[in-house]
Write a protein that binds this ligand. Sequence first.
Ligand SMILES: [Zn+2]
Length: 399
Amino acid sequence: MPSLNSIIGLEGIELENAVETTGIEVQARAAFCPACVHCGNFRCRIKSSFVRKLKHSRLGTRLVVVHIRSHKYLCLRCRRFFNLRIPGILPRKRSTENFRMEVYEKHHGGISQSLLSKTHEISHATVERWYQDFIKKRVNELRSRHCPKILGIDEHFFTRKKGYATTFCDLKNHKVFDVRLGRSEASLNPYLERLSERYRTKAVVMDLSETYRSIAKKHFPNAMIVADRFHVIRLVNFSFLKAWAMVDPVGRKNRGLLSLMRRHKKNLESEQIERLNQYLKRNPVLQEIYEFKQQLNEILLTVEKNKALLRPKIYTLMEMIQKLQQTSLEPLRTLGTTLERWKEEIGRMMRFSKTNSITEGFHTKMEMLSRRAFGFRNFNNYRMRVLAHCGWDGVFTRT
Ligand SMILES: [Zn+2]
């Protein structure tokens, strides 16, 4: 059976007595001779004694409080005073590091400040302060990381007052690399210039935004720019819906038809396809547009690493883009122009399996974080929270 000492797990402490009251009160004393904290000398004299009362843990439903008899020492070499330093307990703190870690982990896992303040007998503000302490420590450690090999860039909304923020995502390890306020080149430049080992980045995945493209070209010299499949498909669907509204404004307002039109054909059931066909038969122009969109999406959704196998598809895609640019419908013409401008990036996308869906997933998580905090005003606090929840697994290894 393990001794009480090893259960308590404080090094250099000898337990003397444990009394059960509403909690568990443990009497202990320091069982080692300290070296002077100033000069490292072992020849010291006890100057005075005192008791440190420290919250240590929660055993079941009871709080374990350790009373450690400790001393103030006089160093006989440098003649300076110092208080005993115990491993696992920071100077001037009224709880052990074990206890602070416990509160941090519980709060990180979603237990509210008010509940923790009752179970752990500390104030709300203390929970928040300790939580911030651990997060800051970790974010500082993360600062020295290198640039990820596959980087996803995307924007998301922060607040009405401060506008948009940009997410940098490590797509290989499924982690948020960083979030920064702003989405323009001017606001991101200072940050990007400071990043270490930018040449390591091999690919940057982004939506069809000119700003991000020029940022990536400038700051990631060795990276290929890859279009993001999700955004490309979304753009195609959006343009076709607009074209549909021009061809048949009444049909476009029908909710049932909208749901049928915007889905990929493979996701429709036979009865739904029947219904859609009935509508399209009445409108041959629309039928043509619809079939065109289905074919375009099918090509854009291909993932094919083999160049030779991909080539015919690329040729078809180029032809389709040309056709789009020659149509009379304005939304489709615009789509054609955009795809033409991004054709290289889209070509790379077809050979690349990573997409920004990971980043979009993190955006959902960030919205949740923001909701749980009833919104953030301070961007830095927001960034800390995001990195704490999406930047690493949230676990500190206890040393
Ligand atoms: Zn000394």
